[in-house]
Write a protein that binds this ligand. Structure first.
Ligand code: PGA
Length: 253
Protein backbone atom coordinates (compact mmCIF):
# COMPACT_ATOMS: atom_id res chain seq x y z
CA UNK A 1 0.00 0.00 0.00
CA UNK A 2 1.44 3.38 -0.95
CA UNK A 3 2.26 5.92 1.74
CA UNK A 4 0.02 8.87 2.54
CA UNK A 5 2.23 11.85 3.32
CA UNK A 6 1.74 15.28 4.88
CA UNK A 7 4.88 17.24 3.98
CA UNK A 8 5.55 20.68 5.42
CA UNK A 9 7.61 23.05 3.28
CA UNK A 10 8.77 25.91 5.47
CA UNK A 11 10.58 27.53 2.51
CA UNK A 12 12.75 30.49 3.67
CA UNK A 13 10.68 31.29 6.73
CA UNK A 14 11.06 31.38 10.53
CA UNK A 15 13.96 32.02 12.88
CA UNK A 16 15.47 29.11 14.79
CA UNK A 17 13.42 29.95 17.89
CA UNK A 18 10.21 30.18 15.84
CA UNK A 19 10.96 26.85 14.16
CA UNK A 20 11.58 25.19 17.50
CA UNK A 21 8.33 26.55 18.88
CA UNK A 22 6.38 25.42 15.83
CA UNK A 23 7.71 21.87 16.09
CA UNK A 24 7.07 21.78 19.85
CA UNK A 25 3.47 22.81 19.27
CA UNK A 26 2.93 20.25 16.52
CA UNK A 27 4.50 17.48 18.61
CA UNK A 28 2.25 18.39 21.55
CA UNK A 29 -0.93 18.54 19.44
CA UNK A 30 -3.09 15.44 19.19
CA UNK A 31 -2.34 13.62 15.99
CA UNK A 32 -1.97 10.02 15.07
CA UNK A 33 -0.13 8.46 12.19
CA UNK A 34 -0.99 4.95 11.14
CA UNK A 35 1.53 2.62 9.53
CA UNK A 36 1.06 3.93 6.02
CA UNK A 37 0.99 7.62 6.99
CA UNK A 38 4.00 9.92 7.27
CA UNK A 39 4.63 13.49 8.33
CA UNK A 40 7.69 15.13 6.76
CA UNK A 41 9.16 18.52 7.67
CA UNK A 42 11.21 20.24 4.98
CA UNK A 43 13.05 22.88 6.97
CA UNK A 44 15.85 25.31 6.02
CA UNK A 45 19.37 23.82 6.10
CA UNK A 46 20.47 25.51 9.37
CA UNK A 47 17.54 23.90 11.22
CA UNK A 48 17.91 20.33 9.98
CA UNK A 49 19.80 19.13 13.03
CA UNK A 50 17.45 20.87 15.45
CA UNK A 51 14.45 19.29 13.72
CA UNK A 52 16.12 15.87 13.65
CA UNK A 53 16.71 16.08 17.40
CA UNK A 54 13.20 17.26 18.23
CA UNK A 55 11.53 14.63 16.08
CA UNK A 56 13.83 11.72 16.86
CA UNK A 57 11.99 8.65 18.03
CA UNK A 58 8.66 9.93 16.69
CA UNK A 59 7.02 7.20 14.69
CA UNK A 60 6.59 7.91 10.96
CA UNK A 61 7.93 11.46 11.22
CA UNK A 62 10.88 12.58 9.06
CA UNK A 63 12.92 15.68 8.35
CA UNK A 64 13.66 16.74 4.77
CA UNK A 65 16.04 19.18 3.16
CA UNK A 66 14.56 21.62 0.66
CA UNK A 67 17.32 21.15 -1.89
CA UNK A 68 20.71 19.55 -2.50
CA UNK A 69 23.43 19.78 -5.13
CA UNK A 70 24.00 17.31 -7.93
CA UNK A 71 27.70 16.65 -7.22
CA UNK A 72 29.21 14.44 -4.55
CA UNK A 73 31.63 16.97 -3.07
CA UNK A 74 34.20 19.54 -4.07
CA UNK A 75 34.64 23.19 -4.94
CA UNK A 76 31.00 24.29 -5.03
CA UNK A 77 30.92 27.10 -2.50
CA UNK A 78 27.56 27.52 -0.84
CA UNK A 79 26.10 24.20 -1.98
CA UNK A 80 25.03 21.25 0.19
CA UNK A 81 25.73 17.66 -0.84
CA UNK A 82 23.60 14.59 -0.38
CA UNK A 83 26.50 12.98 1.46
CA UNK A 84 26.36 15.80 4.02
CA UNK A 85 22.63 15.32 4.42
CA UNK A 86 23.03 11.58 4.78
CA UNK A 87 25.75 12.10 7.40
CA UNK A 88 23.25 13.90 9.65
CA UNK A 89 20.54 11.29 9.10
CA UNK A 90 18.33 13.07 6.57
CA UNK A 91 16.22 10.68 4.50
CA UNK A 92 14.15 13.03 2.28
CA UNK A 93 14.97 15.93 -0.04
CA UNK A 94 12.52 18.17 -1.89
CA UNK A 95 13.70 18.54 -5.49
CA UNK A 96 12.62 20.81 -8.30
CA UNK A 97 10.21 22.99 -6.42
CA UNK A 98 8.78 25.51 -8.90
CA UNK A 99 10.47 28.32 -6.98
CA UNK A 100 13.84 26.67 -7.59
CA UNK A 101 12.99 26.04 -11.23
CA UNK A 102 11.95 29.66 -11.68
CA UNK A 103 14.42 31.66 -9.56
CA UNK A 104 17.42 29.34 -9.80
CA UNK A 105 16.88 28.05 -13.34
CA UNK A 106 16.74 24.38 -12.41
CA UNK A 107 16.02 22.39 -15.55
CA UNK A 108 14.52 18.94 -15.95
CA UNK A 109 17.95 17.56 -16.92
CA UNK A 110 19.70 19.14 -13.94
CA UNK A 111 17.01 17.69 -11.69
CA UNK A 112 17.59 14.24 -13.18
CA UNK A 113 21.17 14.47 -11.87
CA UNK A 114 19.92 15.46 -8.43
CA UNK A 115 17.44 12.59 -8.41
CA UNK A 116 20.26 10.19 -9.29
CA UNK A 117 22.57 11.31 -6.54
CA UNK A 118 19.77 11.18 -3.94
CA UNK A 119 18.95 7.60 -4.89
CA UNK A 120 22.64 6.69 -4.86
CA UNK A 121 22.72 7.81 -1.22
CA UNK A 122 19.41 6.20 -0.36
CA UNK A 123 17.64 9.50 0.14
CA UNK A 124 14.06 9.81 -1.07
CA UNK A 125 13.49 12.68 -3.47
CA UNK A 126 10.17 14.49 -3.18
CA UNK A 127 10.11 15.46 -6.83
CA UNK A 128 7.97 18.50 -7.64
CA UNK A 129 6.28 19.02 -10.97
CA UNK A 130 3.46 21.26 -12.15
CA UNK A 131 2.47 23.77 -14.77
CA UNK A 132 2.32 27.59 -14.81
CA UNK A 133 -0.94 29.41 -15.40
CA UNK A 134 -0.49 30.05 -19.14
CA UNK A 135 -0.01 26.34 -19.75
CA UNK A 136 -3.18 25.52 -17.77
CA UNK A 137 -5.07 28.19 -19.71
CA UNK A 138 -3.88 26.66 -22.98
CA UNK A 139 -4.99 23.25 -21.66
CA UNK A 140 -1.55 21.74 -22.33
CA UNK A 141 -0.77 20.84 -18.71
CA UNK A 142 -0.58 17.11 -19.41
CA UNK A 143 2.11 17.54 -22.06
CA UNK A 144 4.00 19.95 -19.80
CA UNK A 145 3.99 17.73 -16.71
CA UNK A 146 4.55 14.60 -18.82
CA UNK A 147 7.76 16.16 -20.14
CA UNK A 148 8.94 17.03 -16.63
CA UNK A 149 8.50 13.39 -15.59
CA UNK A 150 10.06 12.03 -18.74
CA UNK A 151 13.16 14.22 -18.66
CA UNK A 152 13.86 13.95 -14.94
CA UNK A 153 12.63 10.50 -13.95
CA UNK A 154 12.02 8.08 -16.79
CA UNK A 155 15.65 7.00 -16.99
CA UNK A 156 15.18 5.31 -13.59
CA UNK A 157 14.57 1.59 -13.16
CA UNK A 158 11.30 0.28 -11.74
CA UNK A 159 13.11 -0.45 -8.48
CA UNK A 160 14.30 3.15 -8.28
CA UNK A 161 11.10 4.91 -9.25
CA UNK A 162 9.17 3.44 -6.32
CA UNK A 163 11.66 5.22 -4.04
CA UNK A 164 10.61 8.62 -5.44
CA UNK A 165 7.70 10.65 -4.05
CA UNK A 166 5.97 12.97 -6.52
CA UNK A 167 4.47 16.32 -5.59
CA UNK A 168 2.17 17.81 -8.20
CA UNK A 169 2.01 21.53 -7.60
CA UNK A 170 0.23 23.69 -10.15
CA UNK A 171 2.24 26.91 -9.97
CA UNK A 172 -0.88 29.07 -10.20
CA UNK A 173 -2.11 27.52 -6.93
CA UNK A 174 1.08 28.03 -4.88
CA UNK A 175 0.78 30.72 -2.23
CA UNK A 176 -2.15 32.24 -4.08
CA UNK A 177 -4.99 30.85 -2.00
CA UNK A 178 -6.27 29.39 -5.29
CA UNK A 179 -6.42 25.61 -4.95
CA UNK A 180 -6.92 23.33 -7.91
CA UNK A 181 -10.42 21.92 -7.64
CA UNK A 182 -10.63 18.39 -6.27
CA UNK A 183 -11.47 17.25 -9.81
CA UNK A 184 -8.51 19.08 -11.36
CA UNK A 185 -6.18 17.56 -8.78
CA UNK A 186 -7.56 14.06 -9.28
CA UNK A 187 -7.42 14.40 -13.06
CA UNK A 188 -3.74 15.35 -13.07
CA UNK A 189 -2.79 12.80 -10.42
CA UNK A 190 -4.49 10.07 -12.45
CA UNK A 191 -2.65 11.29 -15.55
CA UNK A 192 0.70 11.17 -13.70
CA UNK A 193 -0.04 7.68 -12.44
CA UNK A 194 -0.96 6.59 -15.96
CA UNK A 195 2.39 7.85 -17.23
CA UNK A 196 4.15 5.70 -14.65
CA UNK A 197 1.88 2.75 -15.48
CA UNK A 198 2.68 3.06 -19.18
CA UNK A 199 6.41 3.17 -18.47
CA UNK A 200 6.75 0.79 -15.51
CA UNK A 201 3.49 -1.16 -15.31
CA UNK A 202 0.42 -0.74 -13.15
CA UNK A 203 1.78 -2.45 -10.03
CA UNK A 204 4.75 -0.09 -9.87
CA UNK A 205 2.57 2.96 -10.58
CA UNK A 206 0.28 2.01 -7.73
CA UNK A 207 3.21 2.06 -5.30
CA UNK A 208 4.15 5.68 -6.03
CA UNK A 209 2.87 8.36 -3.65
CA UNK A 210 1.67 11.47 -5.49
CA UNK A 211 1.15 14.50 -3.24
CA UNK A 212 -0.83 17.58 -4.15
CA UNK A 213 0.60 21.02 -3.39
CA UNK A 214 -0.78 24.50 -3.80
CA UNK A 215 -2.79 26.26 -1.09
CA UNK A 216 -3.59 23.12 0.89
CA UNK A 217 -5.22 24.38 4.09
CA UNK A 218 -6.78 22.87 7.20
CA UNK A 219 -10.24 23.34 5.71
CA UNK A 220 -9.65 21.80 2.26
CA UNK A 221 -7.12 19.04 2.98
CA UNK A 222 -9.63 16.23 3.65
CA UNK A 223 -11.51 16.79 0.41
CA UNK A 224 -8.32 16.91 -1.68
CA UNK A 225 -6.72 13.93 0.09
CA UNK A 226 -9.93 11.94 -0.39
CA UNK A 227 -9.35 11.87 -4.16
CA UNK A 228 -8.31 8.35 -5.13
CA UNK A 229 -4.96 9.30 -6.70
CA UNK A 230 -4.00 12.00 -4.18
CA UNK A 231 -1.73 10.62 -1.48
CA UNK A 232 -1.39 13.64 0.78
CA UNK A 233 0.07 17.10 0.31
CA UNK A 234 3.11 19.32 0.17
CA UNK A 235 2.11 22.32 2.23
CA UNK A 236 3.71 25.76 2.38
CA UNK A 237 1.84 28.56 4.17
CA UNK A 238 -0.38 26.35 6.33
CA UNK A 239 2.61 24.33 7.53
CA UNK A 240 3.80 27.38 9.47
CA UNK A 241 0.75 27.28 11.75
CA UNK A 242 0.80 24.44 14.26
CA UNK A 243 -2.96 23.90 14.46
CA UNK A 244 -3.37 24.02 10.72
CA UNK A 245 -0.60 21.59 9.92
CA UNK A 246 -1.80 19.24 12.65
CA UNK A 247 -5.26 19.27 11.07
CA UNK A 248 -3.65 18.53 7.70
CA UNK A 249 -1.78 15.54 9.17
CA UNK A 250 -5.05 14.33 10.62
CA UNK A 251 -6.72 14.70 7.20
CA UNK A 252 -4.52 11.99 5.64
CA UNK A 253 -6.41 8.91 4.55
P1 PGA B 1 1.42 26.84 -0.40
O1 PGA B 1 2.84 26.29 -0.94
O2 PGA B 1 0.82 25.73 0.42
O3 PGA B 1 1.77 28.04 0.41
O4 PGA B 1 0.60 27.17 -1.60
C1 PGA B 1 2.97 24.97 -1.38
C2 PGA B 1 4.38 24.73 -1.86
O5 PGA B 1 4.94 25.61 -2.52
O6 PGA B 1 4.98 23.67 -1.60
Amino acid sequence: MRKQIAAANWKMNLTLAQGEQLLDEIIAAPHSLSNNQLAVFAVPFPYLTMAQQKLSGKQNVFVAAQNCYSKKSGAYTGEVSVEMLQSIGIQYVVLGHSERREYFNESNHFLAEKVNICLEYNITPIFCCGEPLHIREADTQNEFVGKQLEESLFHLSAGQITKVVIAYEPIWAIGTGKTASNEQAQEMHAFIRQQFAAKYGEAVANEISILYGGSVKANNASAIFAQPDVDGGLVGGASLIANDFTAIINALK
